[in-house]
Design a protein around this ligand. Structure first.
Ligand SMILES: [Zn+2]
Length: 399
């Protein structure tokens, strides 16, 4: 631990998955999930020195057998033939959300390969933390594409970990959308605790992720959903997170955290209505790091996810993510380097950011057991639904 209390890790014990070939996951030229966000993130992190001395872990495409941990073989066939066969509504290929693109199978298998490679570094003892910002495609379902996601690299990596020595895995999903594909993959598996925080399903696609979705059979309690009202800001989000997640981790005792770090919770995001800032995102990553140190022996696999503020939100937020994973925290007041700005200039009509902060306060009042602010009924609904299944008291703020 440092004097500031932040856990420390040797950068050599962190795997950063990256290769420019990951930019090949491009659904179309004008699709919201445009890979320019990954390019701009890696360039910003590099410019700020976050990646100094880091040799990226270059992924290979996951073989079919690995993708088939989660997806049925007939779906892989459909994805492979889609570029030559055209629209395939049965597999949700060729829709507005999931356009078909050349090399779709290969690009999607590469994202899975990246998340498996990251998981392998941890499982085989070479790393304590690993990050794949190209990953986090949490919506993809067993037999169809869903919500911009072709193959579910999060679920594939978790399944891989289950076969390589892990039997208690906690998946935490901070994307603004429900982590429905990962929840579905492990809905009856009590070895995987899935926790998704998202904008309320009554107000946002995909319309699932209610507190009452708990997992099935013996796994009841292994799916956790915390739905927040539109407009929720940093302080409310963090209050809800800290009222639900740490208690569950204490009870579940995970061996590793797998986190989907989507940043479409940002207040400027064009697809959703939560109101977080890049400062709030930085606070989330620091919380995840502390929780991993406290509850999972420091083991943390961080994945990307959604985020459609391509120039102003994603590059800053995920640079903070990379920095946090590497214990090279970037001070919020840091100025955006000129070389990044000149690279990004002309690619967007929006004003480019000039510093790593939005000057947003990230302190919050922890939930104290009463209903005092707008998020409290929402966090209470989740606590009431799931805490008793873990032997925790929903009304006791110490749990
Ligand atoms: Zn999303």
């Amino acid at each position: 631990m440092t004097s500031s209390g932040a856990p420390t890790v040797d950068p050599a014990r962190v795997a950063v998955v990256w290769d420019e070939s990951l930019l090949g996951y491009k659904l179309s030229e004008d699709h919201p999930l445009h890979p320019v966000r990954l390019d701009l993130t890696m360039r910003l992190a590099t410019s700020l020195g976050v990646l100094d001395g880091i040799e990226p872990l270059v992924p290979s495409p996951a073989p079919d057998a690995e993708v088939e941990r989660i997806h049925v073989a007939s779906y892989l066939d459909a994805v492979r033939r889609a570029p030559s066969h055209g629209d395939d509504p049965r597999h949700q290929l060729g829709t507005t959300d999931n356009p078909i693109f050349e090399g779709m199978h290969e690009a999607s298998a590469l994202v899975c390969g990246g998340s498996i490679a990251a998981a392998r570094e941890i499982a085989e003892g070479r790393a304590d933390r690993a990050v794949n910002i190209a990953g986090g495609l949490h919506h993809a379902m067993s037999d169809h594409a869903w919500g911009f996601c072709v193959y579910n690299d999060c679920a594939v990596a978790i399944s891989w970990l289950l076969d390589h020595g892990y039997e208690r895995i906690c998946y935490i999903d901070t994307d603004v959308h429900h982590g429905d594909g990962v929840q579905a993959a492990f809905y009856d598996d009590d070895r995987v605790l899935t926790i998704s925080m998202h904008q309320h399903p009554r107000t946002l696609w995909p319309g699932t992720g209610f507190a009452s979705e708990l997992g099935s059979g013996r796994a009841s309690g292994s799916a956790v959903n915390l739905a927040l009202p539109p407009g929720t800001r940093d302080a409310g989000w963090l209050r809800a997170f800290h009222a639900v997640v740490p208690g569950l981790l204490r009870a579940f005792r995970p061996q590793i955290l797998v986190t989907q770090c989507g940043v479409d919770t940002h207040h400027e995001d064009p697809l959703a209505e939560l109101s977080l800032t890049v400062d709030g995102h930085r606070a989330i990553y620091r919380s995840l790091r502390s929780l991993a140190a406290e509850h999972s022996d420091g083991k943390w696999l961080a994945l990307g996810g959604g985020g459609y503020g391509l120039f102003r939100a994603v590059p800053r937020s995920w640079t903070h993510l990379l920095a946090t994973v590497l214990d090279r925290d970037v001070e919020p007041q840091r100025t955006i380097p000129a070389d990044w700005t000149s690279y990004a200039t002309g690619k967007t009509r929006r004003p480019l950011p000039t510093s790593m902060t939005e000057d947003a306060p990230t302190d919050f009042e922890p939930w104290g057991g009463f209903t005092e602010v707008e998020v409290d009924p929402f966090l209470l609904e989740t606590r009431r639904a799931v805490f008793p299944l873990h032997g925790l008291d929903p009304a006791d703020s110490r749990d």
